[in-house]
Design a protein around this ligand. Structure first.
Ligand code: AMP
Ligand code: GLY
Length: 421
């Protein structure tokens, strides 16, 4: 079969790499892909939200399966657009993607079905929001509704900070005036929990812990993710059954009550407090860098998993995982998540040591004149699978030292919660 992967990050490079190992896959295309996917597939420079253009290349290249990496095309209805055509699209449809596209949709679902989550209020204008804030305890969480690439969330320590957040959101920082969601601040430890579902049955798809802050010790600005490890240290059978019974199943049943079927990956961002899971948010896709961290542990053919979802036969397959510990570190351009230098060459990239357990996925790179050029904020993802998280981290740092890229930086403390030093 011919496959096209939509997206251009490390997540999509890891999906491309996994599909490239499948005997079921003939040609792979990436839309638009990056410098890493160009080596193992054909990159097609097309806007990921231009479904008409995607349709043209699907027909021209006889693509049988589209795998959607990021949330935007899903929220914009790519699955609905191709519904009824010959190409299969892996991912949830537009209605189901509201779980990520509208935080308010999800919060209302949680309320209706008693799904544990932070207490919340919804506000339509600045005056009303500020009046509520004046009588609140701090810290308080202020969120723009709608997609904001993880940036529309403010944790405000006092009234002034909270007012500034409200002004930014209603001032249009995340698109036209939106609703604001105010939430109680949840205390605990975060965990990313993944499942895959064909709408009939669900299968766990591993756990991970991301490191969202830019600086060591989880300090500084939020980023798209600086590194992760899998499995999460919090995971155990008891917690997993609570997550499934109190959060995942009521959500999928709630959607069914609304006539919505969910298919694809579902990513629950959770806060675990005293062994109890609380939903922070849903994403309708794999996480980045969680996907890069988790997929190398997958022993089952990824193509088989994706196809079984499209064909409603997920209950027939057994998803197997490698027992090793997996850790990823994201190498970023100096300055990220603010302004950073672009177009520098990653000169020593051919010297990096990769094998079955040590991988390097690209994110913000392109190939130009046979050189790998850094063009994004998050540039490379190094992954290592080992018997311990410490060993995995050491393997990665060795590779980053070999690369010796002067314009890059990374967090040396990824996995500090599971590594005793
Ligand atoms: P979100 O985009 O909703 O996942 O929020 C981004 C990050 O903000 C989360 O990963 C948490 O670290 C933090 N966060 C969001 N909501 C809450 C909350 N109610 N309590 C504590 N932290 C939160
Ligand atoms: N790792 C965070 C995200 O993918 O949204």
């Amino acid at each position: 079969m011919n496959v096209a992967i939509i997206g251009s990050g490390g997540r999509e490079n890891s999906i491309c790499f996994a599909l490239n190992k499948s005997k079921k896959v003939n040609k792979i295309f990436c839309i638009p892909g990056n410098g890493g996917t160009e080596n193992i597939s054909k990159n097609l420079k097309i806007d990921i939200n231009n479904f008409q253009e995607i349709k043209k290349v699907v027909e021209k290249n006889k693509i049988n399966l589209l795998v959607v990496g990021p949330e935007n095309p899903l929220v914009n209805g790519i699955v609905d657009f191709f519904h009824g055509s010959d190409v299969k699209v892996f991912g949830p449809n537009k209605a189901a993607s509201q779980l990520e596209g509208s935080k308010i949709f999800t919060k209302n679902l949680c309320k209706k079905y008693n799904i544990p989550t932070a207490k919340f209020g919804i506000f339509q204008n600045s005056a009303e929001t500020k009046k509520f804030i004046t009588n609140s305890n701090f810290p308080i969480v202020i969120k723009a509704d709608g997609l904001a690439s993880g940036k529309g969330v403010y944790i405000s320590e006092n009234k002034e900070e909270a007012y500034r957040a409200v002004d930014e959101i209603f001032g249009g920082k995340f698109g036209e005036a939106q609703n604001i969601l105010i939430e109680e601040f949840l205390v605990g430890e975060e965990m990313s929990y993944f499942i895959v579902t064909d709408g009939k049955s669900i299968k766990p798809f591993e756990t991970a812990q991301d490191h969202k802050r830019v600086n060591e010790g989880d300090k500084g600005q939020n980023t798209g993710g600086m590194g992760a490890y899998s499995p999460s240290r919090l995971m155990n059978k008891n917690l997993e059954s609570k997550i499934i019974n109190k959060i995942i199943n009521p959500t999928l049943d709630g959607l069914k009550d609304l006539g919505i079927e969910y298919k694809g990956f579902l990513y629950a961002g959770l806060m675990i407090k005293n062994g109890e899971p609380h939903l922070i948010e849903y994403n309708v896709r794999m996480g980045d860098p969680e996907c890069q961290t988790i997929l190398p542990k997958l022993e089952t053919d990824l193509m088989e998993v994706l196809l079984s979802c499209c064909n409603n036969t997920l209950d027939k397959i057994n998803i197997k995982w490698n027992e090793k510990k997996s850790l990823s570190i994201v190498l970023c351009s100096r300055g990220y998540p603010n302004e950073y230098k672009k177009n520098t060459i990653l000169e020593n990239i051919q010297k990096i040591k990769t094998d079955q357990y040590n991988l390097c996925y690209h994110a913000g790179t392109i190939i130009d004149n046979n050189n790998i050029i850094a063009v994004g904020g998050r540039v490379l993802n190094f992954i290592s699978l080992a018997d311990s998280f410490l060993e995995a981290r050491q393997n990665i740092i060795e590779n980053i030292k070999i690369l010796n890229w002067q314009d890059g930086f990374y967090r040396k403390d990824i996995g500090y919660k599971v590594i005793d030093e």
